[in-house]
Design a binder for this molecule. Sequence first.
Ligand code: ADP
Length: 458
Amino acid sequence: LGGITKEPPMHIVHVAVEMAPIAKVGGLGDVVTSLSRAVKDLGHNVDIILPKYDCLNLSNVKYFQFHRSYSWGGTEIKVWFGKVEGLPVYFLEPQNGLFSAGCIYGCRNDGQRFGFFCHAALEFLLQSGFHPDILHCHDWSSAPVAWLFKEHYMHYGLSKARVVFTIHNLEFGAQLIGKAMLYSDKATTVSPTYSREVSGNPAIASHLQKFYGILNGIDPDIWDPYNDKFIPVSYTSDNVVEGKRAAKEALQQKLGLKRADLPMVGIITRLTHQKGIHLIKHAIWRTLERNGQVVLLGSAPDPRIQNDFVNLANQLHSSHGDRARLCLTYDEPLSHLIYAGSDFILVPSIFEPCGLTQLTAMRYGSIPVVRKTGGLHDTVFDVDHDKERARAFGLEPNGFNFDGADTAGVDYALNRAISAWYDGRDWFNFLCKGVMEQDWSWNRPALDYMELYRAARK
Ligand code: ADP
């Protein structure tokens, strides 16, 4: 970044309902933390406002302390301060108990809870004399910031601020999202391909002039095979073969799988329709048929789907107990070991706004096998078909992909991937080394966001 001229620092405030690692449900939580860190590293000031859930993982909050309290919305709101991954976070704790529900999402009144939070966050900024340049809100859950700001707060002390709204997943709360699209100064979604895929959606179609697709990155410090307490041997692209071999053995041992040199397919996902459940199941069976091993780490918010997978797990563990393991929970440490110990990470999503798992996979030298949709299309370049497309981005091909949403599609990509593993280990190892050296961090996307923030202020 040495060549970039110094600009005056901007002050960005994120109003968000998820933040990794203390209150993370999905990619949104990762993005709030890692985008903020990247922007801060460019020399800007970033604050985050988060509900103080009773289920917060406070062991990852440093200097946690009472900050102040104020009255709003018929209740007292206590504000706590702490640092998470080096970022200043203000936690709002309304004394009406709205965030003492034991969970982040899943209450019948989620809309009301988060609407209250957004309004309380703006009130906090006003009463505390903050003058942010950018208010950045995310998905339906903090979408109300866009219109509450324009309707109430813009005319008072917060007049300097501009609102940037990011859609992480249009599936959720499209109605609220449309309103935030209207009221925000700039809007983004998390990959160029997804931005095109959703451009016809009525919530978005009339706002294309202020709508941009900016790819997510991953935080290279949080995901770092050279410095990861959850894997047995530190590695970089220089000793990727050795590092991954040790991780695979540790994974096999931990999960009670046969310790053998077999192709390992890892799947780390929420188990929902979006993620291609029928394709995931098919891929498990195909991998076993090809004498591979498969580990799935995932949990389903829908109890019927969870049950279905519990049954599948029972079936697989008795028929292929030495080669298949389904871990149907949320387990961050185990996810690290799977990223490191797998040869392939499978992401057969029906749609995928950006997707972080394929990026994390590559950081750990695992080869992504993905369906060509949204951000998966923008980040995974097929070794057989996408040489030119990759080179247009200055990259080498880095994985296997497929088009259709049927089992033939998965087979097409997965069979080529597993065959490559069996037939050309030197080539395969070279591919692993290559993907580790690709930069999927926030280096580039953070600059794109800064450009967007600046454009929002014009
Ligand atoms: P989404 O936000 O749609 O769930 P992303 O790919 O954007 O999908 O982000 C998913 C994130 O959650 C990744 O960091 C992934 O490693 C993590 N993750 C998903 N399921 C699990 C799980 N069961 N245990 C641990 N981490 C998980």
